[in-house]
Ligand binder design. Structure first.
Ligand code: SUG
Length: 446
């Protein structure tokens, strides 16, 4: 049976803003309080989705979440009408308002971890929404994410869903941003590669000193157990703590993999040789092609500035691969020159680079790979999923018109308290659930 990888991109929500919420994420902090353009952000994302769909890749969307989120404010003791709550939190604690207004669910690489049916004990596709416990603004995403994934992948014959892990830093889980799958073919048995920042229950192990490690080994192990993955199909590796301290807050900022290719920076992992050997040993039906980018050619600093590794590596039907990179990669000469050498080098299958302008998302530390959740499916599973979220010419034009109708072209931190923004956003999302047919998934609809 045919199988493929589908990308579900997060459609950027109407409250996209720059609040500087993510300590350890350099772009987020350095663009704090800049004026955002939600309409442009949504359209930049849609253009990438449409381009990939036009290139023949399976492409879908995940919907933005309800923001500003009023329910966490109620849980924190705010009461009254929605407008009264917004006014009071804006006055007393603007940082909390920014957090509950963040459109961070656009980065669906953090929505959850997905294990394809080729790897799991019960041969179903397993999903666990990430608890995103390291940041308050992201920790409020998983309930809506779970409802959305359950609605899109509803048939229990093919799909299994797990609740997010316990909401505590010991089990901090950032989803697919720290998870890569290698395989000979998307439908066959693969190796799931979990990269963690820290061991939560072992102080003796190395850990970053400056910035937080968001993913723990214990969380990754729990996901592997929940998904029914056998030891022979799993590799755990630690991110270099010094690299986290240099601004690499997720593994997908320093490595990307697809098929049998791992494209990674020399300073990405602890014990790199051992990690590569284990991946190669466990891969069935193929051997690992490890493409290492040396520090002498691209520094970690330039990798973080350009988001070279936050790219999408996509398999073409003839076995070659295309790399989808953000525009910043062509603005930094060391990175741009490296890319030219990479596609000329016949030792690896990457022979095509496509560049996308994703500046609105990039300014918050989110590149092409952050914006998508990969789901490997066979034809039967694809037919069983909800089709209303699949990108088509008609969905593309409907969504562009929907963005034009509801989105603002400028948003400041002060605007987040505007009760009209909440009303506009809910109206937009209500219509979007009807456009896509996903049903009632938002707190205001339940
Ligand atoms: O969690 N930025 C996100 C970026 C996530 C990128 N995702 C991956 N690498 N997969 C984060 O740090 C910034 C929001 C703000 O500052 O307004 C933010 O949440």
């Amino acid at each position: 049976m045919k199988s493929f990888e589908m990308n579900l991109d997060g459609l950027v929500g109407p409250t996209h803003n720059y609040a500087g919420l993510s300590f350890g994420n350099i772009a987020s902090k350095s663009n704090m309080a800049a004026v955002s353009n939600p309409r442009e952000a949504a359209k930049q994302g849609l253009k990438k989705m449409k381009a990939l769909a036009d290139m023949g890749f399976k492409q879908g969307i995940l919907l933005p979440h309800e923001r500003p989120a009023i329910w966490p404010l109620k849980a924190l003791g705010y009461s009254g009408t929605d407008a009264q709550i917004l006014a009071r939190v804006a006055k007393e604690s603007p940082a909390i308002l920014s957090a509950v207004a963040s459109a961070s669910c656009m980065w669906t690489a953090n929505a959850g971890t997905v294990s394809p049916s080729g790897d799991t004990a019960d041969r179903r596709v397993h999903f666990t929404a990430a608890n995103l416990n390291a940041k308050f603004h992201r920790s409020i995403e998983h309930e809506t994410t779970t409802r959305m994934l359950q609605s899109i992948f509803r048939d229990e014959k093919y799909f299994a869903h797990h609740a997010a892990l316990p909401a505590i830093a010991y089990f901090g889980d950032e989803g697919a941003a720290n998870h890569t799958r290698f395989c000979a073919d998307y439908g066959s048995e693969g190796v799931e590669f979990f990269v963690y920042g820290q061991e939560a229950f072992n102080d003796a192990r190395p850990a970053p000193k400056k910035f937080p490690a968001r993913q723990t080994l214990e969380a990754s192990q729990a996901i592997a157990r929940l998904h029914g993955l056998a030891d022979k199909n799993v590799v755990f590796a630690q991110q270099r703590p010094e690299t986290i301290d240099a601004g690499v807050f997720h593994n997908d900022v320093i490595a990307v993999g697809n098929g049998n290719v791992l494209f990674y920076h020399e300073e990405a992992f602890v014990d790199t040789e051992q990690v590569l050997k284990e991946l190669d040993d466990k891969l069935v039906g193929t051997s690992l092609i490890a493409v290492c980018v040396p520090s002498a050619e691209v520094s970690v600093h330039d990798a973080v500035r350009s988001y070279l590794f936050n790219s999408q590596l996509l398999s073409q039907p003839n076995g070659s691969m295309t790399l989808i990179v953000p525009g910043e990669c062509r603005e930094i000469s060391a990175v741009s020159d490296y890319l030219d050498r990479l596609i000329d080098d016949k030792q690896n299958p990457i022979n095509d680079v496509r560049v996308f302008d994703l500046k609105q998302s990039m300014n918050n530390g989110g590149g092409p790979a952050c914006l998508r959740l990969r789901v490997a499916l066979n034809e039967t599973e694809f037919a069983a999923m909800h089709q209303g979220v699949i990108m088509t010419d008609s969905l593309y034009s409907t969504l562009n018109a929907w963005v034009d109708k509801y989105y603002r072209d400028s948003l400041t931190q002060d605007d987040l308290a505007d009760p009209m923004l909440l009303i506009e956003s809910r109206n937009a999302l209500d219509e979007l659930t009807r456009i896509t047919g996903v049903g009632n998934i938002y707190p205001f609809q339940l």
